[in-house]
Design a protein around this ligand. Structure first.
Ligand SMILES: *[C@@H]1O[C@H](CO)[C@@H](O)[C@H](O)[C@H]1NC(C)=O
Ligand SMILES: *[C@@H]1O[C@H](CO)[C@@H](O)[C@H](O)[C@H]1NC(C)=O
Ligand SMILES: *[C@@H]1O[C@H](CO)[C@@H](O)[C@H](O)[C@H]1NC(C)=O
Ligand SMILES: *[C@@H]1O[C@H](CO)[C@@H](O)[C@H](O)[C@H]1NC(C)=O
Ligand SMILES: *[C@@H]1O[C@H](CO)[C@@H](O)[C@H](O)[C@H]1NC(C)=O
Ligand SMILES: *[C@@H]1O[C@H](CO)[C@@H](O)[C@H](O)[C@H]1NC(C)=O
Ligand SMILES: *[C@@H]1O[C@H](CO)[C@@H](O)[C@H](O)[C@H]1NC(C)=O
Ligand SMILES: *[C@@H]1O[C@H](CO)[C@@H](O)[C@H](O)[C@H]1NC(C)=O
Ligand SMILES: *[C@@H]1O[C@H](CO)[C@@H](O)[C@H](O)[C@H]1NC(C)=O
Ligand SMILES: *[C@@H]1O[C@H](CO)[C@@H](O)[C@H](O)[C@H]1NC(C)=O
Ligand SMILES: *[C@@H]1O[C@H](CO)[C@@H](O)[C@H](O)[C@H]1NC(C)=O
Ligand SMILES: *[C@@H]1O[C@H](CO)[C@@H](O)[C@H](O)[C@H]1NC(C)=O
Length: 835
């Protein structure tokens, strides 16, 4: 019995549910070869809310896990055996004397030395020392045992995350369950998960967090919630993570009962000063505010004919006495622009709204700019606002949450995308002007700067809904600290810490991750056309038509002959001119515009030749086939790791990769079918619209099922699917198999809607090959759709099925709720073939 319990405890301790992320502190294989094992930790602060105290406990915990040794904090060191000393520069020097190296330390920076008698970890401030402790543990956890001594300083002071959590506990664009911060209108009582999140953030040197949605609810400011903010800040403080909040611009009216929220009205100003004082009295170290104003229906200063700077400065005045800062989002645009107007362009909005305000913002305001001029698309050029604002502090806004990039259900390692943007040289005044040096405040010598990433963690143990997607959170923090790091190296550090040292694991995961963004770009939207998703609904599956003919301005301007946004000066929206001259010249000219942004800047015929020699339309077809086919290989690659990864994480990732492989085909076919329909130019390789391995459901013998014309049409093979005739009728679809006898992978494409869990059974001959339930809405971590469309379209595959010519194929569908057991088609795929 006791043995059994012991075994159970070991198993439980090893449960890999993702909650420990990269801080697993797993025992390293060669722990015994670490010769310099210290025998005590000296943490130079005994206040339990101090990050130094946290650092001491973290070192103890990490060393116990990684090396399997327990060492005391502030115990007596074994004779002749070194200590790990962690503290601020001041505290260290008081006891141990001067340290030359620390002269180079900047705010939040640390010095780590494993060369001398003791391991020395000193921070410029308390938070910096904690970063140094995490760095030391990261090195140990990767068996980087060689002696080192170096200073590490942040590239920029602002390294924040944004959470888009609502007070009711839901999360806008969150794919990992409900909020860890709010529930039923209030800050949660149980803040354990918040402390764990702060720990994760501290380990990647994130120093600020905005905990609520930019579409903010003024009720955040009620007394109970302010008290709650205090509790949240209290549990994050030991990790050096400062809390901040998003504000609703109209709060003085909607919450405070004033008759106005005019930023120049002294009453309003006094109201903000008052509530700000109240918050700071509970959260004295609050980082500051984030404000989304006059954007997508949100109130703002323009309501009163005041400028955006007037609006931002109102908050700046309120927070200034407390040392707080105001992140003011540049995401301001008119979402009712006229698509018939050839020169109208949402991409111009940032510069148009902010250029004339340059220099008018208070010095504790930072304008937070999305990386591209539109909205987190799979590829955009950097926002021209970065090179436009010279007298204003700026920060870049990135997304870890994959709003337009597959909702964490598709593997997309984002560090390479961010790297391209950060290293992009905008050539302001014909001088080196990399985006990373603009946001660090170095290029234009501004007081503040940095980055913010929308993360949207939830209560799911995986934090963001997928084990592999956590590489993005890790990479974000590391790159915010040091943008010069290489995406593959950051990734491999993360793999070693998260999955261990197996070479095959490291190589396979690296290969998958580095291919993932190009593959996703290939099968969603290439050549700079944007992610061709449904922008009016879920931002998930394909719906290229949704981009055009509405006021949102994410236009592709696709017609029968041509597509792309003409952003040239000579015949288009003039957007190219918003960039500094060298860049503007490049984008103005179709010849010098790189292929991957061709359709972002130019409107061209489908037959336009790319630099590769292919036509635009043939490139679309080929890229969609190539990208979708790479997504199939991810499944095989992952499966090659079976046994090398714990079952829990292996199975969850396998489930997601299998799902992605199916959905990549949905994307491929929908986009290709759409442009083939429009252009009527056939695919040279004759793949588009030609699917010899498919049996369309609507062509089967139907009983209790009826044909259904899917919308958008291109999200169904043959434009049509079948659904049950009512939500209480069982549907049966049958067909005679005319393929040659042999072994096939049988794939069924169906639609999995929110609002029902239909059940299916697939029979071949008299054998039941499989049964399944349409319950992906519970398993994928995102809510797909209540319709048959590109969000709900999915595939299930049964591998290696023996089939005899003449057997009957039969699918029985039991509807549930609003889900009418929809089926699109069944494929009989000879081994190795995917279509
Ligand atoms: C450890 O000892 C140092 C001085 O030797 C002291 O400053 C510090 O507060 C102590 N830390 C803890 C956690 O007790
Ligand atoms: C110890 O930590 C507390 C909390 O962070 C801080 O207020 C105090 O100044 C620190 N003491 C020293 C000597 O650094
Ligand atoms: C608080 O949440 C943690 C983590 O989710 C959980 O383990 C713990 O039991 C909860 N505590 C209470 C009192 O509910
Ligand atoms: C400030 O707020 C308090 C309540 O928190 C209220 O009693 C007081 O009147 C307010 N003062 C001003 C100037 O609005
Ligand atoms: C803002 O200005 C416009 C035109 O200049 C005017 O029609 C409108 O009444 C003004 N609005 C407010 C709230 O002052
Ligand atoms: C078209 O849009 C441009 C740029 O916003 C604007 O200047 C112009 O007035 C618009 N033309 C019409 C006819 O509305
Ligand atoms: C120039 O703009 C017009 C719309 O004003 C458009 O119809 C035409 O295709 C454009 N010409 C070229 C060469 O892009
Ligand atoms: C993307 O598509 C291009 C063009 O078909 C192809 O050359 C490239 O290999 C593809 N890459 C991936 C990762 O899908
Ligand atoms: C299948 O074949 C049988 C016998 O040849 C025939 O009776 C039946 O109608 C066929 N069914 C379908 C769905 O074509
Ligand atoms: C299916 O089963 C029925 C009766 O159970 C039998 O008559 C028929 O031959 C079987 N068909 C096949 C293809 O095995
Ligand atoms: C986390 O999310 C995954 C996918 O949505 C799901 O399978 C799993 O049950 C969730 N786990 C928890 C603890 O919520
Ligand atoms: C079946 O559909 C009817 C009419 O659309 C609806 O009222 C009913 O709630 C549905 N049944 C279920 C179980 O959802």
């Amino acid at each position: 019995m006791r043995l059994l319990i012991a075994v159970l405890l070991v198993v439980l301790a090893a449960a890999e549910d993702g909650s420990r992320a990269w801080l697993r502190y797993a025992r390293v294989p060669n722990a015994s070869s670490y010769r310099f094992l210290p025998s005590s930790i000296v943490a130079l602060n005994s206040t339990s809310s101090s990050p130094i105290y946290t650092a001491g406990r973290e070192l103890q915990k990490g060393i116990r896990g990684i090396l399997g040794t327990h060492i005391n904090i502030n115990g007596t060191a074994k004779q002749g055996s070194p200590s790990i000393v962690v503290g601020t520069v001041d505290a260290y020097q008081k006891i141990y004397g001067d340290l030359d190296e620390v002269e180079d330390l900047a705010g939040d920076g640390f010095f780590l030395s494993t060369e001398g008698r003791n391991v020395v970890i000193v921070g410029q401030n308390e938070r910096g020392a904690l970063y140094g402790a995490f760095e030391y543990l990261s090195r140990l956890g990767q068996e980087k045992f060689d002696p080192v001594a170096y200073v590490s300083n942040p590239h920029a002071p602002i390294r924040w995350v944004n959470e888009w959590d609502n007070l009711d506990g839901s999360i806008e664009r969150g794919y990992a369950g409900p909020s860890i911060f709010f529930r039923d209108g209030y800050v949660v009582d149980n803040v354990t998960r918040v402390a764990e999140y702060a720990r994760l953030l501290a380990s990647i040197r994130i120093n600020g967090i905005i905990i609520n949605n930019v579409n903010a609810n003024p009720e955040l400011l009620n007394s109970r919630n302010i008290e709650g903010l205090g509790r949240l800040a209290d549990v994050m403080r030991p990790y050096g993570v400062q809390l901040g909040i998003s504000l609703n611009f109209a709060s003085p009216q909607r919450f405070g009962g004033l008759d106005s929220f005019d930023p120049l009205d002294p009453k309003v100003d006094a109201w903000w000063a008052n509530i700000t004082d109240k918050i700071y009295s509970r959260v004295p170290d609050m980082a500051g505010y984030l404000v989304k104003a006059n954007s997508e229906g949100q109130p703002g200063p323009l309501t009163y004919n005041r400028t955006l700077a007037d609006g931002a400065n109102m908050f700046a005045r309120a927070t200034k006495p407390h040392g707080g800062i105001v992140m003011f989002r540049a995401f301001v645009y008119d979402n009712h622009i006229n698509p018939a107007n050839w020169t109208a362009d949402r991409a111009n909005a940032g510069v148009e709204f902010f250029q004339h305000l340059d220099g008018k913002f208070d010095d504790n305001v930072v304008v937070q700019i999305k990386y591209g001029p539109i909205d987190f698309q799979v590829r955009e050029p950097p926002s021209p606002l970065f090179s436009t604002l010279r007298k204003t502090s700026t920060a870049i806004e990135l997304q870890v949450t994959q709003e337009y990039l597959g909702h964490q259900c598709h593997l997309v390692y984002l560090a390479p995308l961010w790297k391209e943007i950060l290293e992009y040289d905008l050539r302001a005044d014909d001088k080196p002007s990399k985006v990373k040096d603009i946001i660090s405040s170095e290029r234009f010598k501004r007081p503040l700067g940095g980055s913010a990433a929308v993360v949207n963690v939830g209560t799911n143990t995986t934090w963001i809904g997928s084990h592999l997607a956590m590489s993005n959170l890790y990479a974000y923090g590391i790159m915010a600290w040091d943008p010069s790091v290489e995406p593959d190296e950051v990734l491999q550090d993360w793999i070693r810490l998260t999955f261990g040292f197996d070479r095959q694991v490291i190589e396979t995961m690296t290969d998958m991750s580095l291919k993932s963004w190009p593959a996703y770009e290939n099968y969603t939207g290439n050549l700079g056309i944007q992610t061709l998703t449904d922008i009016l609904y879920a931002h998930y599956g394909p719906n290229p038509a949704s981009q055009d003919n509405n006021g949102w301005g994410q236009w592709t301007r696709a017609d029968k002959d041509s597509l792309g946004m003409d952003r040239t000066v000579k015949n288009g929206t003039g957007n190219a001119r918003q960039y500094p001259p060298a860049i503007a010249r490049m984008y103005e000219n179709v010849e010098t515009t790189p292929d991957n942004l061709l359709l972002w800047f130019h409107h061209v015929p489908y037959t336009q030749r790319l630099k590769s020699g292919k036509t635009v339309i043939q490139h679309f077809y080929d890229a969609h086939y190539d990208g979708a086919s790479v997504a199939q290989t991810f499944v095989k690659q992952w499966e090659s790791l079976e046994g090398k990864i714990d079952v829990e994480r292996y199975e969850h990732v396998r489930f997601l990769q299998t799902y992605q492989a199916g959905h990549a085909l949905v994307w491929r076919d929908a986009i290709n079918q759409f442009y083939y329909n429009l252009s009527e130019i056939p695919d040279e390789a004759k793949r588009v619209g030609n699917h010899p391995y498919r049996i369309e459901a609507e062509k089967m013998s139907l009983s209790g099922y009826k044909r259904y014309a899917v919308s958008p049409f291109h999200t169904a093979s043959g434009y049509t699917a079948v659904i049950t005739t009512s939500n209480s009728t069982i549907g049966i679809a049958t067909a005679n198999i005319t393929y040659a006898s042999g072994t096939y992978d049988i794939a069924v494409n169906y639609y999995d809607l929110i609002g029902g869990k239909a059940q299916y059974q697939l029979d071949i001959g008299n054998r039941t090959i499989g049964t399944w339930t349409g319950d992906l809405e519970d398993r994928l971590g995102h809510a797909p759709s209540i319709y048959l469309d590109g969000h709900s379209a999915t595939r299930i595959t049964f591998r290696g099925v023996k089939v005899n010519k003449g057997d009957m194929l039969k699918i029985v569908g039991r509807p549930d709720g609003i889900e009418p057991a929809p089926i699109d088609y069944v494929s009989f795929l000879p081994p190795g073939l995917v279509d």
